[in-house]
Design a protein around this ligand. Structure first.
Ligand code: 6PG
Length: 467
């Protein structure tokens, strides 16, 4: 008999996803050109009635029940197009292709309309949670045709992570809505990671926390309101011994952060939409800055920074916890604001409460905060910025002072905390009824007759400055 679900790309993500599908009562068939990967899956899958695989695309396609549900877990870019072209002549009308990679959203739109013209449904579905998530339950963010989603829904709901029994997957909207939401998920991921690294730096250098102290601190935080996957793994990281030598592994890791583009795309597109996401922008910039290691070493010799003031551990841990919580809120607020604007601009019809809900488990940015966030959007449909949600006012008011204390301490000590300070500055600007950008308007009009509006009169004005 034929298999329920097909998957192309049997790297670790693909292999784990397919095993997850099989664990949940479906039969699944894999395809990869690499024979080793095909064999690895067959071995791990055990019973070939449940999981099988082939290096032959034809065998693969013929093994699937119709309408075929074929998920691609291959690197974003040209490979996706190549795989689609290979499948296309073998498919039947109404078969479904699901791209589970981090494809750029405009590529997904292009592929969707191309495949529509061939009678094939195409889904861009973000999958988050890394290798473990793929195996034990990822968060899945599908977008595409609502009609075709019904076909894949049972499989996705079965394999997805569960938050209190609710599957972390939902149909998000037409076209590239799924890839877009995943892109912003990753932008938020970059922001939260940058913030976590800053707090680590501060606690270590200003308050002298050892790796064991850092482990304890992050583990404690993870038991409170900061509970989140990233805080949890951070605690674990500080414990890891270096198996190549003495000490902890974290201290031996080169401080150059790599990136595959999704954070940068989030920032770039936020600029296109005209939505400020400075906590995400700076996280991308810091990865770029970190990569300039050689230059940093030279500059480090030329310039001296102030001596790092010392702060007692108890105070440091307390203000760091509050500041981190504050900045996490600000980062989610910016990402969700971008999603709300993108929804209007691209016709995604996104429901932000649904997105926050399916981020509560399985994905990299899962956090206790997301339950509060989903409630806030549930209470007020059409809420653009989380900072305007009544339920968040106290959370922000009660932690912002620690963000201020930490930013000024860090500035005085020459510890770079740009994620935190950008988050704070964003907050101060967003909550300022009046900003000094009246001056910018005056300058624009002065040098370029760009005109300005007034606070006391309707209309568009221009002045012959200095005349
Ligand atoms: C996820 C992650 C994942 C992403 C990595 C690496 O949700 O599981 O977002 O999709 O590929 O986080 O991203 P960078 O290499 O850009 O850091």
């Amino acid at each position: 008999s034929k298999y329920d679900f097909g998957l192309v790309g049997l790297g670790v993500m693909g292999r784990n996803f397919i095993l997850n599908v099989a664990d949940n009562g479906f039969t699944a068939y894999g395809h990869d050109l690499d024979e080793e990967k095909v064999n690895a899956l067959k071995e791990e899958g055990g019973d070939l009635q449940k999981v099988d695989a082939s290096t032959e695309v034809n065998t693969f396609v013929q093994a699937l029940s119709t309408p075929r549900k074929i998920m691609l877990l291959v690197p974003a870019g040209k490979i996706v197009d190549a795989v689609i072209e290979g499948l296309l002549p073998l498919l039947d009308k109404d078969d479904i292709i699901i791209d589970g990679g981090n494809s750029f959203f405009t590529d997904t739109d292009r592929r969707e309309s191309y495949l529509q013209s061939k009678g094939i449904h195409f889904f861009g579905a973000g999958v988050s949670g890394g290798a473990k998530g793929a195996r034990r339950g990822p968060s899945i963010m599908p977008g595409g045709s609502r009609e075709a989603y019904k076909e894949v829904k049972p499989v996705f709901e079965a394999v997805a992570a569960k938050f209190k029994g609710e599957p972390c997957v939902a149909y998000l909207g037409p076209k590239s809505a799924g890839n877009y939401v995943k892109m912003v998920h990753n932008g938020i991921e970059y922001g939260l990671m940058q913030l976590t690294s800053e707090v680590y730096d501060f606690l270590h250098r200003a308050a002298g926390l050892s790796n064991d102290d850092l482990h304890d601190t992050f583990a404690q935080w993870n038991a409170g309101r900061l509970q989140s996957f990233l805080v949890e793994i951070t605690a674990e990281i500080f414990k890891q011994q270096d198996d190549q030598g003495e000490g902890r592994l974290v201290d031996k890791i080169l401080d150059k952060a790599k990136q595959k583009g999704t954070g940068k795309w989030t920032s770039q597109n936020a600029m296109d939409l005209g939505i400020p996401v400075p906590s995400i922008d700076i996280a991308v910039s810091m990865r770029e800055l970190s990569a300039l290691k050689e230059e940093r070493l030279k500059a480090d010799e030329i310039y001296s920074r102030p001596d790092i003031r010392k702060m007692d551990q108890e105070t440091a841990v307390k203000i760091a916890e509050e500041a981190l919580y504050f900045a996490f809120i600000i980062t989610y607020a910016q990402g969700l604001h971008q999603l709300s604007e993108a929804s209007d601009e691209y016709g995604y019809e996104l429901e932000l409460e649904t997105i926050a809900k399916i981020w509560r488990a399985g994905c990299i940015i899962r956090a206790a905060l997301l339950d509060d966030i989903s409630r806030a959007y549930d209470a007020e449909k059409g809420l653009t910025n989380l900072l305007l949600a009544p339920a968040f006012v106290d959370k922000v008011k009660s932690t912002v002072e620690s963000a201020r204390a930490l930013v000024s301490f860090a500035a005085g000590s020459g510890i770079p905390m740009p994620g935190l300070s950008n988050s704070l500055t964003y907050f101060d600007a967003y909550t300022s009824g009046r900003l000094p950008l009246n001056l910018i308007q005056a300058q624009r009009d002065h040098f370029g007759s760009h005109t300005y509006e007034r606070i006391d009169m309707e209309g568009i004005f221009h002045t012959e400055w200095g005349a």
